[in-house]
Design a binder for this molecule. Structure first.
Ligand SMILES: *Cc1c(COP(=O)(O)O)cnc(C)c1O
Length: 415
């Protein structure tokens, strides 16, 4: 006997941010076909500034006002976008000397810019001390170099210790804390390095504790935030300086794949609210902050490529576009995914068309890895149509191997 269970294919979370007018997607209020002409060539990334602004407002509406919001520049370092965000958030977090330059150009106050990342070079640390930004020291070496540079430059370095916690954010897409890691100072080693900093006459302003990234589970984030605060309270007892800055990380995810739902901010806001009295009592001078990258910009961006060929191979339709993994590694499934899943993809100038077919969207690179959509049901497309990859505002162009196969760069616009 055989039974058949009806199966409904899981669908992508709806992309409601970009309106559709007369079957054409609008980005920043401009029809995609017109935007493509304005940009002048495909492929390109387009970021919608209104959606970024709305996302910040959405966060502010749910998170306690006492918690500062920082933007993690590596998610998308496009200068115009960072400039836009600088006017909306309370701080910018950078992870290289190059990002530091972009952050400083926005005019954000230096003490509101922080610099984390393993392996900061002496040149980068010198830039940071000279700029007066806050360095998140991640090793004994960095602490010693900062002390020496402080003396050399006659400037007291602003520093926070980045701690590798003894727990991790459950269910996060990328683990960046807990266990053995190249990031931060192991929590159990922090007392020794706090003593070293004191001996070197460095003032430690506080702690940065980042436990993970890309989580869609509010309860896991709430739990990690509570553990982070507990850890900070223990570390504070080991240091001599009052804690003035406490960056408890981020980890807020966005839905990329079929079946994933947007993160519910309400429990996270409530969780943070419940932690505040304890922080205020134990660390009265501490300014609490969270740092978010993809959550702020990921859903505000699309990648757009043009169909340059339409082929049928043994019954399977392939749309070959001028864009691919060299601009958008993540959408091809090669940026950290274990099992490849399709990003949300559509034919931007044929939205809602009734005539659909299963197709694979591939790029021009001579490798089977260059796949933007694997057998998805899309509007029937022709040469010249515009393929859109949603959820592309973070870890897109700068997280892709642009030099691979020598095709032209993608442009970027903020509209
Ligand atoms: C990359 C990074 C972030 C941002 O992660 P998202 O998943 O983009 O929010 C935040 N903090 C640190 C320390 C990072 O390295």
């Amino acid at each position: 006997m055989s039974t058949t269970t009806p199966r409904t294919a899981p669908v992508h979370a709806p992309q409601t941010g970009f309106p559709v007018v007369d079957g054409c997607l609008q980005v920043g209020g401009i029809p995609l076909t017109r935007l493509a002409q304005r940009v002048g060539s495909t492929p390109f990334y387009a970021y919608d500034r209104r959606l970024v602004t709305q996302r910040v407002q959405h966060l502010r509406a749910h998170l306690p006002a006492a918690v500062e919001l920082h933007y993690s520049v590596k998610a998308n370092p496009m200068p115009a976008l960072v400039q836009h965000l600088a006017g909306l958030v309370d701080g910018l977090d950078v992870a290289s000397g190059g990002e530091l330059a972009v952050a400083l150009d926005t005019g954000m106050a230096p003490q509101r810019i922080s610099f984390a990342g393993p392996g900061k070079s002496e040149a980068e640390l010198r830039q940071a001390v000279a700029a007066g930004i806050c360095v998140h020291a991640e090793s004994e070496r960095e602490i010693r170099v900062l002390a020496r540079l402080g003396e050399e430059l006659g400037i007291a370095p602003q520093l926070v210790l980045r701690i590798n916690p003894d727990f991790e954010l459950k269910g996060s897409g990328m683990r960046m804390g807990g266990g053995a890691k190249q990031f931060g100072i192991d929590a159990e080693d922090a007392p020794r390095l706090l003593a070293l900093a004191a001996q070197l006459e460095l003032e430690v302003l506080g702690f940065h504790i980042f436990s993970g990234s890309q989580s869609l589970k509010a309860d896991a984030i709430v739990e990690a935030q509570a553990q982070t605060v507990e850890l900070a309270l223990r570390l504070a007892d080991a240091g001599k300086d009052p804690v003035r800055m406490l960056n408890i990380g981020g980890g807020f995810g966005i839905p990329y794949f079929p079946g994933e739902a947007p993160l519910d901010l309400a429990p996270i806001g409530a969780g943070l609210e419940s932690l505040l009295p304890r922080v205020r009592a134990a660390l009265p001078q501490a300014q609490l902050s969270i740092e978010l990258g993809r959550y702020l910009v990921g859903e505000a961006g699309v990648y757009v490529a043009r169909v340059i060929d339409r082929k049928v191979s043994r019954g399977q339709v392939f749309l070959v576009t001028d864009g691919g993994l060299h601009h958008h590694l993540a959408a091809s499934g090669n940026f950290g995914q274990v099992i490849r899943k399709n990003y949300p993809v559509a034919i931007g100038n044929r939205m809602g068309a009734g005539d659909t077919e299963p197709v694979s969207v591939v790029g021009p690179l001579c490798t089977p890895l260059d796949l933007l959509a694997d057998r998805m049901e899309l509007a029937r497309a022709e040469v010249g149509d515009l393929v859109v990859v949603f959820q592309s505002g973070a870890y897109g162009l700068t997280a892709s191997p642009g030099g691979f196969l020598g095709h032209p760069d993608a442009r970027e616009v903020l509209v």
